[in-house]
Design a protein around this ligand. Sequence first.
Ligand code: NCD
Length: 337
Amino acid sequence: MTGHTWSHRHVISLEDFTPNDYQTILQTAASFREVLSRRTKKVPALQGQVITNLFFEPSTRTRSSFELAAKRLSADILNFSPGSSSLQKGETILDTAKTYLAMGANLMVIRHQQAGVPTIIAQEMDRIDSGVGILNAGDGLHAHPSQALLDLFTICSSLDGENPHISQLQGKKIAIVGDILHSRVARSNIWSLSACGAEVHLAAPPTLLPTHFLPAFDQPVRTEDSTMLKRRLYLHWQLEPALEQADFVMALRLQHERMSQHLLPSLREYHQQFGITRERLRLCKPTVRIMHPGPTNRGVELTSDVMDDPNLSLVAHQVTSGVATRMALLYLINGAK
Ligand code: NCD
């Protein structure tokens, strides 16, 4: 499907992804998007393979999107819900994973509220030489690689619908606004966008914009010819400098469920200072596009008129892109085993 090589047997985070890997994802996702535009939206690429969706945390779009992606590739998909499972009887997560392995699972898509769970399962699957590939669908505050990859596909497709290419990101300014502290989406997007040459600007109130995770991003990007490039990442405790001349603005949900202390005076005050409104978007490039991984708190992170304006908002495109991007991930990981 692409001339590129793919070496990732598991996709847990994007830390070790090269520009080449990102381009392989874009190209593969673009071919699957073409499949999805046909009358028969299905290919036999993963026929006979078993994919397990192990979601230990609530999810609407990620879980359904992986399920549809697996079905479009003709795989058999098993959906696991912790509430109605043997976890209630004391079974460990590793034993749950091994149970699915015994049924013939080839790929496991895992979401868990605790960072590190997909890594532990991947290590165990490798230790017993199972050949199973693990895909992280969001672990605690750590990583959400498939979301960042679908965001990348959405951004590059909005710049060139026919031929999305990472080179289009060179010099583009991308603002990520909101609850950075609790956002695995932001962490994964920083890895991918900075590796593809974009300038990434983070904006949030100081309580939601920690600096402790930043040294990790000092790690330079290794390009195809082995040159090392510095990532361009900037922090702002005000919204305006992040929005000035921005090409894309990504708003993040305020994650109430993960807030253990009172980190914000009130939602109203947050909206007044960091809410994305039509008025504020005048600071950006006239071609600016708005994104949000969902679920959104309308009127908090962004106003409804911005979110629902098809000339501004890429939110629905993100969801659509998710299926083709996840097909690409499942297909490539399956081929790497
Ligand atoms: C995100 C997540 O679960 O990390 N949502 C998603 O996968 N689309 C972001 C969020 O919950 O706010």
